[in-house]
Design a protein around this ligand. Structure first.
Ligand code: 13P
Ligand code: SF4
Length: 369
């Protein structure tokens, strides 16, 4: 079932009015009380893009890879209240036991990139690509994809990747087959393949709307087929932003997430996952200057955590990821109170047939990561 179908079917996404009127201090106190009451039965993972008001309650924070790893290791919690987006909660459900419930505080917390590849488009693309290249392709999917896509990839011998391990996984994929189909983020795929030495002339784009392969040169030379998807948040960083920063702040280091376009990554000084960006800023000397090209909640947190470093957003007019931002303290409290009332809501449950294949793709990644 797609995220939109699930949202339409599930009416629990409308928060009761009482939470909108509640005082913030009261809500935070109540969240703390419930965390104490539930103890080890409750586990709250939080992605680095979550708001501060939510991240303060996370038992663990991390990038997509770390959150997948902690979900796989946690065997105790009955309730995993996932503060992140839908595909992350699906991944957690696939990696946890049948007695563990994964709950998403606001069902509207989707990911526009994950929605850019659906299973019907993917199956149709695969058929066409098999006709063009026979059995020489392996599919890889960024974890920012639906469970159905992960299952498709698992069934066809491929693996998931995150921005932390994309190089390792692409190298692994090339040991299996001559070519890769990389879903759904063309930018992470292109940036990573380029970094391991694949020229742009050996990469093509698969357009799922037109159902066609777009490339220059010789079809037989193609090695990486990039799905035409992108992150609408990282698309807001441009080469113009880089030129302006370089002009105004010649000593500034520019670090971006690899979901940014090839041109932006090429002009930056460094790129990496959210964890990589955090680690780099932690290790930087006081007095150094940084322009960061990633989601705004994280950039603002880094600015607060490093008052002795000069940190700005690469795009001064950036806003947060709107779907990540759906999770707020109101929805977190509502979700926790429903658990206390023995009526948990917003459970994310991947059907067993899908989970069985998706876990193949996830495990191939987790064994390498
Ligand atoms: P990472 O935290 O794995 O770098 O992913 C970024 C992202 O866009 C998650 O949606
Ligand atoms: Fe999706 Fe981009 Fe938001 Fe990450 S930042 S959840 S990829 S829309």
């Amino acid at each position: 079932m797609s995220f939109i179908d699930m949202l339409n079917e599930n009416q629990n996404h409308i928060i009761p009015d009482k939470y909108k009127k509640m005082d913030r201090i009261v809500m935070e106190k109540r969240v703390r009380e419930i965390k104490k009451i539930l103890g080890e039965d409750l586990f709250i993972p939080g992605h680095h893009y979550q708001k501060d008001e939510v991240i303060q309650f996370a038992d663990v924070t991390g990038d997509s890879l770390q959150l997948a790893q902690v979900s796989a290791h946690n065997k105790n919690a009955k309730y995993i209240v996932f503060c992140g987006v839908h595909f992350m909660a699906e991944t957690a459900d696939i990696l946890t036991g049948p007695d563990q419930q994964v709950l998403l505080p606001d069902l509207r917390a989707g990911c526009s990139m994950a929605d850019m590849a659906n299973i019907h488009q993917t199956e149709r693309a695969w058929e066409e690509l098999q006709l063009l290249f026979d059995d020489t392709i392996i599919p890889l999917t960024y974890v920012n994809s639906t469970a159905a896509i992960k299952a498709f990839v698992g069934k066809n011998g491929g693996a998931t990747v995150t921005s932390s391990n994309a190089q390792t996984m692409i190298k692994w994929a090339f040991k299996q087959k001559e070519r890769i189909l990389f879903l759904p983020d063309q930018h992470l795929g292109r940036n990573t393949a380029y970094d391991i030495g694949i020229p742009l002339s050996e990469m093509a784009i698969w357009d799922p709307i037109e159902n066609q392969l777009i490339y220059d040169g010789n079809l037989k030379n193609l090695r990486v087929i990039l799905w035409k998807g992108h992150c609408s948040v990282h698309a807001k960083f441009t080469t113009k932003n880089i030129v302006e920063v370089r002009e105004k702040h010649p000593d500034m280091n520019i670090i971006v997430h690899p979901e940014c376009s090839r041109d932006v990554v090429a002009l930056s000084d460094d790129n990496g996952s959210t964890k990589y960006i955090i680690d780099t800023l932690d290790a930087a000397k006081d007095g150094t200057e940084w322009a960061i090209g990633t989601e705004m909640n994280l950039v603002n947190r880094l600015i607060k955590q490093h008052p002795k470093k000069h940190i700005i957003s690469l795009n001064p007019y950036m806003c947060p990821c709107l779907t990540m931002n759906r999770i707020d303290v109101e929805h977190l409290l509502w979700n926790l109170e429903c658990i206390i009332d023995n009526a948990p809501i917003n459970r994310i449950q991947v059907d067993s047939a899908t989970a069985k294949n998706a876990i193949l793709a996830l495990n191939r990644m987790l064994q390498k990561a």
